[in-house]
Each structure stands twice: as structure tokens, then as C-alpha cells.
Design a protein around this ligand. Structure first.
Ligand code: FDA
Length: 397
């Protein structure tokens, strides 16, 4: 295929994901000649699988403290200038509706495919070109022009927007291209790590958790100075569920995780009240009033207590001791499931080298980084897409 002429486009966008498509659409509608290049055969595959197929496209609670970054202030400007309501308005113009599930998390009623179609329609409205199945072979920059060598020839333009995401889910085509380009142009990379990811365990913890795989429990999970109260899920490899995914983004390897089971319940008082009201009941029965039976059995086994012990025969100190174990349960993950299942990649292109207003490189005029490849990582619940939209809008200008 023939090379494109250098005057062909005003902007090249690498990555046809959430951020890249949205940025290209806005620039196209502002009169720029845009081409989006992606090595995948289909655009925005992560949008398609997001939110269990219903795309948790934003969060009404969006504010900078819901994002992890070496510079916690960096995201503020972009997030303030493109808000969840801006995206909701856009969806409304496309006839799309939404519902709030919990904690400000908004999902699309028409499913994630409708969000992708909206992004493609917006791109088409600005005459943006989309080139899928194109391998990027290298990027160079001379005389104010970026040249992208690809399997389909060279593309050249004075503005390059890198939106190729992070390392999560390599099976879906995730690569470190954005980091490579950033390094090539003198940018630092904040070390990357899998985030919003389940924990894996070894030894007795692994055996115990696997034995009750599928059981869920409300917890407060704390690590790395952060704590989240939501559901936790025991899995055949360890622990997952929203509270665990959230805290995984803050966890440091080797660190213990502190779990408070049923943080809304005073377990000690509940057990003592059960002893007073129903002294002949078994401890196991009392615990089953609080937890799924398989979890209750595991708790008793780990505590070395008999399920059949009568409450009347147990001292308050024993009940307090059991409750204390459940409110301050320390477990030490062997690690995380890694990029294979991580919902996002934390770390990335160091924001110190970027303008928070335009996402433009401070080293190379015309070079921009947006979306997940930047060292801005949202909590679970629509925050990462809101960052994709907001950083894309900032770079589009
Ligand atoms: P994104 O990864 O979307 O796009 C990058 C694009 O670049 C891809 O199309 C890829 O093919 C392309 N690319 C990569 N390397 C390339 C190369 N070398 N050459 C050419 N092209 C290349 N977030 C949220 O807010 N709500 C949610 O409900 C969910 N749900 C969810 C579920 C699952 C299973 C995952 C894995 C992730 C989520 N997320 C989420 C996170 C969210 O999907 C993610 O943060 C955004 O998609 C990031 O958008 P980007 O456009 O930055 O990258």
C-alpha cells in the first residue's frame, strides 16, 4: 500500500480505544483531518467487554481523589473541563439512556455496543478516518512532523496523539507501545503495575479460600493506606470482588491486607446478644445468621472453635476474641493475577512531562498522551472511562 503524503492529515491518533476514538471525533468535528490507527481488527474492544457488557461509562462522584497518580493534582483540570454530565449529554444526543447501579456508577441501558457505535458515529461526523488491523512499526519526528511507519505505509502529521492504553489483558492486544514512544521522546515512565486485579494466595490461605470459592461477604479491605467497603469474593485462586479490586490498586507486594468482615455489624455484640437470647443455640448457627454457611464453617475451623459448641458454654472473652479476628483479619497475598486479568494498568507516562491542560508533551510540541497510558488510574466504577473521555477532550483542544 502506498505511503500517505505528509500534508494528508493534521493529526494521527494511535489507538482506537475509548480515548483515541473520542479525541479523534472531537478534533475531526473541529475541522482537523484525523486518522486513527489501531492494530486490532475491531475498535474499542475494552469498551465492549466493560461493565459486564453494559459499559460503566462514568461515575457521578468523579473527582481527582478517585484517581491514583504520582501527581494527585494532574487530573483535576481535565476532569473539571469535561465532566460526567458532558458525556451524558452526548449520549442523550444519540438517544442513549443510562441507569445508576450503585456508588454513582452509570451504565448504558443499550449496552456497550451502543457506546462504541456512538463513538464511531461521532468520528464519522468529523470525517475522521479509521484504519484497523494496521501494525505500527515506528515513530519519528523531524521538522515539526511526526511520521508513523506502519504495515500499510507511512502516515505523517504535525500532531500525534498516543492513546494505545496500558498493559492489561495482553490477549486483547494490549501493548507497551505508548511507553516505548514516551521513552523515545525523553519521557519518564512511572513504573507500571497491574491494578483493579484479584489477589492470589499460596499455602493454607489458598486452600481455605479455594474451598469456599464463589462465596461473597461484605468487607472493609485495607492496604497501602486506603480502605474500601464493598463485597469481597472468595475464588479458586484467592480473593476478588469490588473491595479487593479497589484496594489492589494501592497494595504493595509483600504487604498484608487487613479485612474487616461485615464492617456495618458489631459482630461481638451480635454474638453476645445471641448468647443471651438463645443460649442453647450452637455457635455455628449464630455465625450462619451472619455469614454464608461455608464461610461460617471456615471461620470456625480457622479459629479452632466447634460449630456445635453451645453459646451458653462460651465466655464473652471467647466471643470477643472471635469477633476481633473477624474485624482485624490479616492475610498476605502472594501476588495479584497480574496483567492477565487486571482491569487497568497503574503507573505509565509520567505526568511531570505533560501539560495538564492539553496532555501535550513538555519536551516535544505536538506529541500528546491520553487515556490509560498516562499515570492516572481511576478507582473501579466508571472512573477510568471518565479519565479517557476527559483526557481526550483536553488533548483535542
Ligand atoms: P484502550 O485499551 O481502551 O485502547 C487502546 C487501543 O490501542 C486498543 O484498541 C488497542 O488495540 C490499541 N493498541 C494497543 N497497542 C497497540 C499497538 N502496538 N499498535 C496499534 N494499536 C495498539 N473502565 C471503566 O471506567 N468502566 C468499566 O466498566 C470498565 N470495565 C472494564 C472491564 C475490563 C474487563 C477491563 C479490562 C477494563 C475495564 N475498564 C473499565 C477499564 C477501561 O476499559 C480502560 O481504562 C479504558 O478502555 C482505557 O481507554 P484507552 O483508550 O486509554 O485504552
Amino acid at each position: 500500500m502506498s505511503a500517505q503524503s505528509s500534508s494528508d492529515k493534521d493529526v494521527i491518533v494511535l489507538g482506537a480505544g475509548a480515548a483515541g476514538l473520542f479525541c479523534a471525533a472531537r478534533m475531526g468535528q473541529a475541522g482537523k483531518r484525523v486518522v486513527v490507527i489501531d492494530h486490532a481488527e475491531k475498535p474499542a474492544e475494552k469498551v465492549r467487554i466493560s461493565g459486564g457488557g453494559r459499559c460503566n461509562f462514568t461515575n457521578l462522584e468523579t473527582k481527582a481523589d478517585r484517581f491514583i497518580s504520582a501527581n494527585p493534582h494532574f487530573a483535576k483540570s481535565a476532569l473539571a473541563r469535561y465532566t460526567p454530565w458532558d458525556f451524558i449529554d452526548l449520549m442523550g444526543r444519540h438517544g442513549l439512556t443510562w441507569h445508576e447501579k450503585t456508588l454513582g456508577q452509570l451504565f448504558c441501558d443499550q449496552k456497550s455496543g451502543a457506546i462504541i457505535q456512538m463513538l464511531l458515529d461521532e468520528l464519522a461526523a468529523g470525517q475522521g478516518a479509521l484504519r484497523l488491523g494496521v501494525a505500527v512499526e515506528g515513530v519519528s519526528h523531524a521538522d515539526g512532523v511526526f511520521t508513523v511507519a506502519t504495515s500499510e505505509g507511512a502516515f505523517a502529521a504535525p500532531k500525534l496523539v498516543v492513546a494505545t492504553g496500558g498493559l492489561s489483558i495482553p490477549k486483547m492486544g494490549a501493548t507497551g507501545l505508548a511507553y516505548d514512544i514516551a521513552r523515545q521522546f525523553g519521557h519518564a515512565i512511572v513504573p507500571t503495575r497491574a491494578a483493579l486485579v484479584p489477589f492470589v494466595f499460596t499455602g493454607a490461605d489458598h486452600e481455605d479460600f479455594a474451598s469456599i470459592s464463589g462465596v461473597a461477604c461484605d468487607v472493609r479491605a485495607a492496604a497501602g493506606g486506603a480502605a474500601f467497603e464493598e463485597a469481597m469474593l472468595f475464588t479458586h485462586r484467592g480473593l476478588s470482588g469490588p473491595a479487593i479490586l479497589q484496594v489492589s490498586s494501592y497494595w504493595q507486594p509483600g504487604e498484608a491486607l487487613t479485612l474487616t468482615l461485615l464492617p456495618e455489624t458489631d459482630i461481638a455484640e451480635t454474638l453476645k446478644a445471641a448468647k443471651k437470647d438463645r443460649p442453647m443455640h450452637a455457635l455455628g448457627t449464630a455465625l450462619e445468621g451472619l455469614f454464608a454457611k461455608r464461610l461460617a464453617d471456615l471461620i470456625l475451623r480457622r479459629a479452632g472453635l466447634e460449630a456445635g459448641a453451645r453459646l451458653a458454654d462460651l465466655s464473652h472473652a471467647t466471643l470477643d476474641g472471635l469477633a476481633a479476628q473477624l474485624t482485624d483479619w490479616r492475610v498476605r497475598p502472594a501476588g495479584t493475577e497480574g496483567y492477565r486479568t487486571a482491569e487497568v494498568t497503574a503507573g505509565g507516562v509520567d505526568t511531570a512531562g505533560l501539560s495538564s491542560k492539553t496532555m501535550e508533551s513538555r519536551h516535544v510540541p505536538g506529541l500528546h498522551f491520553i487515556g490509560e497510558c498516562v499515570d492516572v488510574t481511576g478507582w473501579l466504577g466508571g472512573y477510568n472511562f471518565q479519565w479517557a473521555w476527559a483526557s481526550a477532550a483536553a488533548a483535542a483542544g
